[in-house]
Design a protein around this ligand. Structure first.
Ligand SMILES: Cc1cc2nc3c(=O)[nH]c(=O)nc-3n(C[C@H](O)[C@H](O)[C@H](O)COP(=O)(O)OP(=O)(O)OC[C@H]3O[C@@H](n4cnc5c(N)ncnc54)[C@H](O)[C@@H]3O)c2cc1C
Length: 469
């Protein structure tokens, strides 16, 4: 069995793990990155669609405030381009199909006012959240003891307003309002900046895309790792005794002084630790479910909706694809419609065949954009809950009581084990930018810990003695 020896082992080669490893190397430390899949990028994945073009079946957008991701893309030479948004948007609401411009459809002035007042309240409440320690927010217990559905029941007054706010929750958290703690929603809003930033295309988190696809950024960022990156190595067990750690994967073991676990918390909870981690940490990972999303795309010879004056962006109260975007490559060829199945719809449609999903999603596109949309040249989708090394997306959410009871266990290192991954980032949690920030933070944390220990010459010369299997 091949073995690796390094100062630091990193579990996972998503953006968090790649960045942590790069930063550790810059500090002069040796690293080994163990990645379960046969590729890098994790929740970010390009799908070729011919002529050297790609669409992304995982994370793809970048927007204002996500400066770490813009910086990394610049550093590795990947350009961005604006998400296509010229033209009118569509909303399907109560059996009628209407065109509108801007973020909020003009269903009626009452609905508009209702959504605006709810957003204002949310932004105002979110301002009080302590980003680094949400459990220390004034009134945290009260905020964390109610679901977002409870809050909505008391603070959103019109059916149209409830539909739009619910759509927003599904779109951002990939969960239902009843799944998520109000404190978590407020934390996320503060983590991004404000509610609009989460939802908007121009000026928001969906503003820009990457030429060559978002996975290209991860692939290029991973290049300097060279042989330090081991693919096809799912980590099953971490034995940790002070400054001696063995990270045991299928087919290989890494001997290290520290380990950075850069995978989603529920997956981190599936690794066996020896000695076992505290009940407090384990119960945290039991309370951080991944959201539910199927990302679906239909490919056409051209983006025909543009000629009709449509942007390709649409919302629908019927669905099942309730949020739709024009996801065509930068030159607009071929035309690509992207629809998200989120929350309850994703859970439902993950359990049926891809053919059934295709029929349902293409059916939504045809209702919105006319009969031409019914005949795509190709249909692509990815049900992320089915992915063994992800198990859902976009990220984890916290249900009631999660932050106030277990939040302090999210980033706190345990002996020589450190935690990274977008879920550990106070800023842009759940996004690629948050993943990068978490990798940078973990690398600083590990560097400081190793320097603090260096006087005691704690470098392990001999492997950890492993208990018999
Ligand atoms: C459909 C979809 C759409 C999204 N849209 C956007 C978007 O537009 N913009 C945005 O910013 N974000 C978006 N996201 C979220 C974004 O992709 C993630 O927040 C980000 O990629 C997370 O990076 P990470 O490194 O923290 O985790 P991951 O990408 O999950 O990386 C973890 C890595 O660890 C590996 N791994 C897991 N378990 C083990 C193990 N036991 N041993 C070894 N390796 C293991 C995995 O294979 C993976 O490579 C989206 C995600 C999805 C799925």
């Amino acid at each position: 069995m091949p073995e690796h020896e390094a100062d630091v082992g990193v579990v996972g080669a998503g953006f968090a793990g790649i960045v942590a490893a790069r930063e550790l190397q810059k500090q002069g430390l040796s690293v080994v990155v163990l990645e379960a899949r046969d590729r890098v990028g994790g929740r970010v994945l390009n799908e070729p669609i011919g002529d050297g073009k790609v669409v992304e079946v995982g994370g793809q957008w970048v927007g204002p405030g996500q400066d770490r991701l813009y910086a990394l893309a610049r550093e590795v030479g990947v350009d961005t381009y604006p998400t296509h948004s010229a033209g009118e948007n569509l909303i399907e609401f109560r059996g009628a199909l209407k065109r509108y411009t801007g973020t909020i459809p003009r269903i009626s002035p009452a609905v508009l006012a209702d959504v605006a007042q709810a957003q204002l309240k949310l932004d105002r409440l979110a301002r009080k959240v302590h980003l680094e320690s949400p459990w220390e927010t004034p009134g945290a217990e009260k905020l964390d003891s109610q679901t977002f559905a409870t809050w909505m029941g008391r603070n959103v007054y019109t059916p149209g307003g409830r539909m739009l706010i619910e759509l927003g929750i599904e779109a951002v958290w990939a969960a239902e309002p009843a799944d998520v703690s109000l404190l978590h929603v407020l934390f996320y809003i503060k983590s991004a900046g404000n509610y609009d930033l989460l939802l908007d295309t121009e000026g928001g988190a969906q503003q820009d895309r990457f030429v060559g696809g978002s996975q290209l950024v991860a692939e290029r960022a991973a290049e300097p790792l060279g042989d330090a990156l081991v693919l096809g190595a799912p980590v099953r067990r971490i034995v940790h005794r002070g400054d001696r750690v063995s990270v045991i994967a299928d087919g290989t073991t890494a001997w290290c002084r520290r380990v950075v676990v850069a995978i989603p918390p529920p997956l981190a909870g599936r690794i066996a630790y020896d000695p076992p981690l505290s009940g407090h940490r384990d119960q945290l990972t039991q309370r951080m479910p991944m959201g539910s999303v199927v990302k679906c795309m239909a490919i056409y010879d051209e983006p025909f909706w543009r000629a009709d004056g449509l942007s390709g962006q649409a919302t629908s109260d019927v669905g099942p694809a309730k949020i739709v975007f024009d996801n065509s490559p930068p030159d607009g060829s071929p035309g690509v419609l992207l629809g998200f199945l989120e929350g309850r719809r994703a859970r439902e449609f993950t359990r049926v065949s891809q053919d059934e999903r295709r029929e349902a999603v293409v059916g939504t596109f045809a209702r919105l954009f006319g009969p031409r949309a019914a005949k795509p040249e190709r249909y692509i989708d990815k049900a992320w809950a089915e992915e063994e090394w992800t198990r859902g997306c976009y990220g984890c959410y916290l249900p009631t009581g999660g932050w106030t009871t277990y939040g302090d266990a999210l980033r706190a290192p345990i002996g020589s084990i450190h935690w990274a991954g977008t879920e550990t980032s106070p800023v842009w949690m759940g996004y690629i930018d948050g993943a990068i920030r978490s990798g940078q933070r973990a690398a600083v944390e590990v560097g400081q810990a190793l320097r603090a220990n260096s006087s005691a010459d704690s470098r392990s010369k001999s492997p950890v003695s492993l208990p018999s299997p």
